[in-house]
Design a protein around this ligand. Structure first.
Ligand code: HEM
Length: 510
């Protein structure tokens, strides 16, 4: 009987025999990767040969927050990532409040923001307060601290906010209600805080919030930059630097955005120079220009305050209105509180001084920020090797990301009801407010020496706008609207928030 022989080029040994070494290695690697992919398909964090956890991170960047929460729930609060071989990338991500307190307070000096952070943000923020460490940060903090806590600046912010809400925000909303169709309230609120913050910084309103709601090239440029920065977080440093050099992909978007932002700030500085002597404003630029004429310093200061103050309050308000639509009981309690304040003051609408009486509204905004902290991620570098309270070893070169967005979603941090929207968490037995850091579990405004300097301003912006909108309009989220967070430096909603509004018969509309 004739024996059956496979032609040598068909059999496995034959294939191997016909391959050269590089082809053989590539084939084995491909086989291994496919096998690895198939066997680890359902794991949220896969480590790939040669590539580390980078493919997992890239595959999940569009759902960064959900992915992070899945990982932290599974791995107990602290995760380590390694980048591709030779990339020297070691990232520790944590939402463990013990680790966060250790970095932000107890060992503050061992955990500066670090070179990696500085590199990622330098193109936009230069040496400004958000991007500085050590002595340069200390000096800027002192200067910014005395500005934001000065009576003049606080008064300016208060009157500017009241004016903007009464004369711009409410009329724009009123026009939109008359048009009768659904609109994106996120767009409107982002314009409101942009104008509000620009006035605090430049002493001049940019009129993003006008009846026409024209597109604002500056805000588009900032959005593009922030999106590109989110990619820099995930890619190894050398990779995005090459892309920046070649102006490819998101780095091209970044370069175009930077040109627009720098031009905008340069124009504002130019105006300031021309107006020198004629203005004794209390806005940030006037105050800073009275002690320094260094244009780079002034540019960096202005951009840093813009980045810090532009979107976070608006984004919080958007999550707040969405949460109210899901929790009518909370809405009812805020409206009750409003009725009591108006009855007591015998007024039709609110003054800024009424904000301190709005305790339940304050608690509801804190609760919104617990679930959706609009600055979702903080970053730290390491000066000397240390062991975090969770037992994780960190060394110089390690990048630590503290996931503020995940802290509020962990049942081992906030209890079994952590996903519920309960402003009562923030109230004590006498219905007064509890201390807001809440034992290093509430980090929406950061903590320790680098606590947000704009917190008071943000609460004025948010509470006054929320109170007046709720007093004057019935806001309903459009049924079926898909809500999800946009993975970026500020956690806005990816698809905006489409609502329909009805004006209430009230007297605050001008
Ligand atoms: C709801 C609104 C806001 C939230 C959630 C928020 C949150 C934060 C967070 C988490 C940080 C730490 C960032 C970091 O270290 O990288 C920060 C820092 C800062 N924020 Fe805010 N912020 C808000 C509004 C504002 C506003 C309106 C301003 C002023 C225009 C402002 C000014 C600053 C400044 C100057 C810093 C830097 C502090 C430092 O590094 O010493 N923030 N903020």
């Amino acid at each position: 009987m004739e024996s059956i022989m496979f032609p040598s080029s068909w059999c496995f040994g034959g294939i191997i025999g016909s391959l050269r070494w590089p082809e053989l290695c590539l084939s084995l690697l491909t086989f291994y990767l496919i096998h690895h992919f198939v066997t680890h398909r359902n794991q949220p964090l896969r480590s790939w040969p040669l590539l580390g956890e980078l493919p997992s991170a890239l595959a999940n960047i569009h759902r960064l927050f959900d992915w992070g929460i899945e990982l932290f729930s599974k791995h107990g609060g602290t995760i380590e990532f390694h980048g591709p071989i030779l990339s020297n990338m070691h990232v520790v991500a944590t939402c463990d409040p013990r680790n966060i307190e250790h970095m932000l307070k107890s060992s503050f000096h061992n955990f500066p923001k670090g070179d990696e952070f500085r590199d990622i943000f330098f193109d936009l923020m230069g040496d400004g307060i958000l991007n500085a460490d050590l002595e340069p940060w200390k000096q800027q903090r002192k200067m910014a601290n005395s500005l934001v806590h000065s009576k003049a600046f606080r008064g300016f912010v208060a009157s500017n906010t009241q004016h903007m809400v009464r004369h711009k925000l409410l009329p724009v909303l009123h026009r939109l209600t008359r048009a009768g169709s659904a609109f994106d309230i996120q767009d409107v609120l982002l314009r409101y805080t942009f104008d509000n913050t620009c006035t605090a910084i430049f002493g001049e309103c940019m009129n993003a919030l006008s009846i026409e709601l024209d597109s604002v090239p500056f805000t588009k440029a900032m959005d593009d930059i922030m999106e590109a920065i989110a990619y820099r977080y995930v890619l190894p440093r050398r990779w995005w630097k090459v892309l920046r050099l070649l102006k490819l992909g998101k780095e091209r978007q970044m370069a175009e955005g930077l040109t627009a932002v720098n031009d905008f700030v340069a124009r504002q500085l130019e105006k300031r120079k021309k107006a020198k002597g004629s203005s004794a404003g209390v806005d940030l630029l006037s105050t800073y220009a009275s002690v320094s004429s260094d244009e780079v310093f002034l540019r960096d200061a202005a951009i840093n305050f813009l980045v810090a103050g532009r979107d976070a309050s608006a984004a919080t308000l958007v999550w707040f209105f969405w949460l109210l639509s899901k929790n009518p009981y909370v809405k009812k309690k805020i409206l009750e509180e409003q009725r009591m304040i108006l009855a007591e003051t015998q007024r039709d609408c609110f003054e800024i001084e009424d904000l301190s009486k709005m305790v339940y509204l304050h608690a509801s905004i804190c609760e919104t920020l617990r679930l959706y902290p609009t600055v979702p991620i903080g970053q730290k570098g390491v000066v000397k090797e240390d062991v975090l309270p969770s037992g994780t070893v960190v060394k110089p070169g390690t990048v630590i990301l503290y996931a503020i967005f995940a802290v509020g979603m962990m049942d081992w941090v906030w209890g079994k009801d952590c996903l519920e929207f309960k402003p009562e968490r923030w109230l004590d037995d006498q219905a007064g407010l509890r201390h807001e850091t809440n034992g290093w579990r509430f980090l929406a405004f950061n903590g320790g020496p680098r606590t947000c300097l704009g917190k008071d301003m943000a609460f004025v912006q948010m509470k006054y706008a929320a109170a007046e909108i709720m007093l004057n309009f019935e806001i309903d989220v459009v049924e079926g609207h898909q809500v999800s967070p946009k993975p970026s430096v500020i956690m806005t909603m990816k698809n905006g928030l489409m609502v329909k509004a009805k004006a209430k018969p009230n007297r605050c509309l001008v």
